[in-house]
Design a protein. Structure first.
Lengths: 407, 39
């Protein structure tokens, strides 16, 4: 039997690890299949979930005895994919020669570059018109939609996390993947993998989950408000470029720690508005597409059995849900306030678009309004709070990263 | 850090966020005014 198993080290490795780890590995291979299937069926966001599902399946199948880079005389269970635990420069150099994904991990994950690349791409596909044309309404709706970012911090502290970890968890409430990635890398590297994976899975579920929240909290007569009386102000490209450079500079001046995120987003917006076609294609089709593929695949490859058996993972699943639930409720409450202030002219559903997650939440608001009233075409209006949500999320993330590091 | 301290800390961050958001709003209005004046 031993001789047979030694021919197939992947199978042999099941017998070389504690039983609970072996079971967790099998469950993760199953989870990978499920995520891949739901991604292919469009139930979860396919761009992230398809590579993530493949990564989870294959990394948990392909485990074998590997030489320990820190001590050549020892061996440990590992994969040929990557080792996220290397610390010293010498170990990094060794790891680069062994693991095929190590160069991408070392050069784009450990320093947050992958989050900035995604943010640059988001900047390029962002429509700023309604936001710059109606900044007061957009920002008023975005702030209540940060309720989860605000309240999850004390809840995480109550559940036993440190302030650094709690801040990284609270940022799940911004519903902005790159922001969560950036914060967890800055503040809680030990929880970076579970926080990022939970956050991306939840963000994929937002599109199918938030409609239930909307139907539970908003009566039909409010959902069908068509917003025909609200005008969309035309905004010139010059105005959007001027706004981007001024806001980016001021925010970087206030929060240098989060300047890489600001510069990436506003550079993307400026590239779009300056209409340099070659840069637009490069940022959208090459940078954003490539970064999304590697983000999903590497996050999947980082999800190993030892992370799943960690009891903190279950707390993170609960906290991620609480954060996004509270942000959704806050967004709808903001929508109600604005509806009331406008004497019923504004559809309260655009409040949930303040939960940034571009453009999913804006599409959810539009879909739910359109189901009730075919004349309710609220997507252009919902994009305002959606973009404002990205900006308020970046501000709150920057506040957390800056202030928590002072504790 | 107690839960009470954590709530006050998070509230502090949220209020800071509101103030900066207000600054951003002023900036948008100012930029809009200047660009329209320049055209």
């Amino acid at each position: 039997m031993d001789g047979f198993l030694s021919i197939f080290p992947g199978i042999e490795s099941f017998f070389q690890m504690p039983p609970e780890m072996a079971v967790a590995r099998l469950l993760l291979i199953g989870l990978g299949f499920v995520i891949l299937y739901l991604g292919c069926k469009d139930v979860l966001e396919p761009l992230i979930m398809i590579p993530m599902g493949v990564g989870i399946c294959l990394v948990n199948a392909g485990i074998l005895m590997m030489p320990d880079l820190t001590d050549p005389n020892k061996h440990k269970l590992g994969t040929m994919f990557l080792d996220s635990m290397v610390n010293t420069p010498a170990d990094h150099v060794n790891a680069l020669q062994v693991y095929f994904l190590q160069p991408i991990y070392a050069l784009t994950f450990s320093n947050g570059l992958i989050a900035c690349m995604v943010f640059l791409g988001i900047g390029v596909i962002t429509e700023l018109d309604f936001f710059v044309g109606n900044p007061k309404l957009s920002l008023m709706l975005a702030l209540p939609a940060e309720l989860g970012t605000f309240l999850t911090f004390p809840i995480a502290i109550a559940m036993g996390f440190t302030p650094h970890e709690s801040a990284a968890i609270a940022v799940i409430g911004t519903a902005d993947g790159p922001m969560v990635l950036f914060t967890s890398l800055q503040l809680a590297k030990n929880l970076f993998v579970p926080i990022s994976i939970i956050s991306y899975i939840y963000l994929s579920i937002v599109y199918s989950g938030y409609p239930y929240l909307i139907k539970a909290l908003v009566p039909k007569k409010f959902r069908g408000i068509p917003m025909k009386e609200v005008t969309i102000t035309k905004v010139s490209s010059e105005e959007k470029i001027a706004f981007s450079i001024v806001t980016g500079t001021v925010l970087s001046l206030l929060f240098p720690v989060a300047a890489p995120l600001f510069v990436s987003f506003f550079l993307g917006v400026i590239i779009k508005e300056s209409k340099v076609t070659r840069y637009i294609h490069f940022a959208d089709e090459v940078i954003l597409t490539g970064a999304t593929l590697f983000l999903g695949f590497l996050l999947g490859c980082l999800l190993s059995a030892d992370i799943v058996v960690n009891p903190q993972m279950y707390k993170l699943i609960i906290l991620g849900f609480i954060a996004l639930f509270l942000s959704g409720v806050g967004g709808l409450l903001g929508g109600y306030v604005v509806c009331w202030l406008s004497k019923g002219k504004i559809n309260p559903l655009i409040g949930i678009a303040g939960v940034s997650c571009v453009p999913s939440t804006a599409k959810v608001a539009h879909k739910c309004a359109n189901e009730v009233n075919e004349e309710a075409f609220i997507l252009p209006y919902a994009m305002g709070p959606n973009i404002a949500g990205v900006i308020t999320s970046a501000i709150l993330t920057a506040c957390y990263v800056t202030k928590v590091q002072m504790l | 850090m107690t839960v009470g301290d954590a709530f006050i800390f998070a509230l502090n961050i949220y209020l800071t966020g509101i103030v900066i958001t207000f600054v951003i709003w002023i900036l948008i209005v100012a930029v809009s005014w200047f660009t329209k004046k320049g055209q």
